[in-house]
Design a binder for this molecule. Structure first.
Ligand code: PMP
Length: 359
């Protein structure tokens, strides 16, 4: 590799690891936890009918109309909301706003793969703290890192497990700095921690319209926190991060399509349970999940994913994930497949292909 090697084919650039999951097209794509029922109809209508000013004019500086709609959806006032170009952007901006180069950011291991990358991009030291044997956050070790920022993800990607409320509370009570709680998959879970954002001004909760709302292509994320917190994130984020068309489509989804979102999230939860039961019947057990995906420990996950891709199904393989001894994940050396839950016919096809690939 040298300076003339195209960026996309390098594993790292200027010392920063590139995020490069396999995104090749596939007939059935269960690899990225998006909404496999489609996009919300109201949002699609806005895009189809887009008039010229939506394209020629700059959007709002800080997406004020979207903030209002998100505030109504979440049940807070608009001064508690900051938006961004996907929750990736909100997370990156928050990290930059609340930590200086050289500071530590503590996060569970495994968790959302972008966080160590954002840490590198912002010259922070990531401190990875293995999950417990219950796939919960290790409170004492997390706090022992004395990190400027603690990142938690609940339900956690890639395990799918919701963190215990008592663990989250203990960290929020005792952490020295900001606690970011990533709730990208909140719509699929039984509980959330929104109340914390109202109770303390050291908690920032990030969310996205990429998953339950089916709008990953529009890149809309947001965070909920005290007005002081969200102002700092907004300063580090900068203006014009949500395009005008994306804002209008997202507002339509939040106004007209909430029933559509809730119905599909309920289908995802039903199918997740049914899929887990069927997996158990073929001898593969999924980790308990509160998200729209399941993590299925399998040996040689990369090979199994390749065999599934040959059968027209894309899933996300993980190799050597950190796992406590005695857990299902440890039994495969930390290898596992993360499979997005969608309409049943896609999962049924996956079960058939898995049976062949593993068998
Ligand atoms: N957080 C978690 C836990 C995720 O899984 C993802 C998407 N992979 C994101 C944040 C980022 O989502 P987006 O930027 O599309 O809002």
């Amino acid at each position: 590799m040298n300076a003339s090697t195209p960026l996309a084919s390098r594993a790292s650039y200027a010392g920063i690891t590139l995020y490069a999951p396999d995104r090749r097209p596939c007939a059935i794509d269960l690899s990225d936890n998006t909404n496999l029922w489609g996009a919300p109809p109201g949002a699609q209508r806005v895009i189809a009918e887009a008039a010229s000013p939506s394209l020629t004019r700059y959007p709002q500086l800080y997406a004020g109309t979207l903030k209002d709609a998100l505030a109504r959806y979440v049940g807070v006032s608009p001064d508690h909301i900051v938006t961004g170009c996907g929750s990736d952007d909100v997370l990156d901006s928050a990290i930059r706003a609340f930590a200086e180069p050289g500071d530590r950011i503590a996060l569970p291991d495994p968790s959302f793969a972008m966080i160590p990358i954002f840490a590198q991009m912002n010259a922070l030291e990531p401190v990875l703290v293995p999950l417990t044997s219950e796939y919960d956050v290790n409170v004492d070790r997390m706090l022992a890192a004395r990190a400027k920022i603690v990142y938690l993800c609940s339900p956690n990607n890639p395990t799918g497990a919701a963190l215990a409320r008592a663990s989250i509370d203990a960290i929020v009570d005792r952490a020295p700095g900001l606690v970011i709680i990533d709730e990208a998959y909140a719509e699929f879970a039984d509980a959330n921690v929104l109340d914390l954002a109202a109770r303390t001004d050291r908690v920032l909760i990030t969310r996205t319209m990429s998953k339950a709302f089916g709008l990953a292509g529009l890149r809309i994320g947001y965070a909920i926190g005290s007005p002081r917190l969200v102002q700092e994130v907004e300063k580090s984020r900068g203006p014009y991060k949500v395009s005008g068309l994306a804002e209008r489509a997202a507002v339509a989804a939040l106004t007209d399509d909430i029933d559509w979102v809730r119905a599909n999230a309920a289908s995802a939860v039903r199918n997740r349970k049914r899929f887990a039961a069927e997996l158990a019947r073929i001898g593969s057990s999924a980790l308990p999940s509160s998200a729209n995906f399941v993590l299925v420990p399998v040996p040689s996950a990369v090979h199994v994913a390749a065999a599934l891709r040959e059968r027209g199904i894309a899933v996300r393989p993980f190799e050597r994930l950190v796992a406590q001894s005695g857990t299902a994940l440890a039994s495969t050396g930390g290898d596992a497949l993360r499979i997005t839950v969608g309409p049943w016919e896609l999962l049924d096809a996956t079960l058939g292909a898995l049976r062949e690939a593993i068998g």
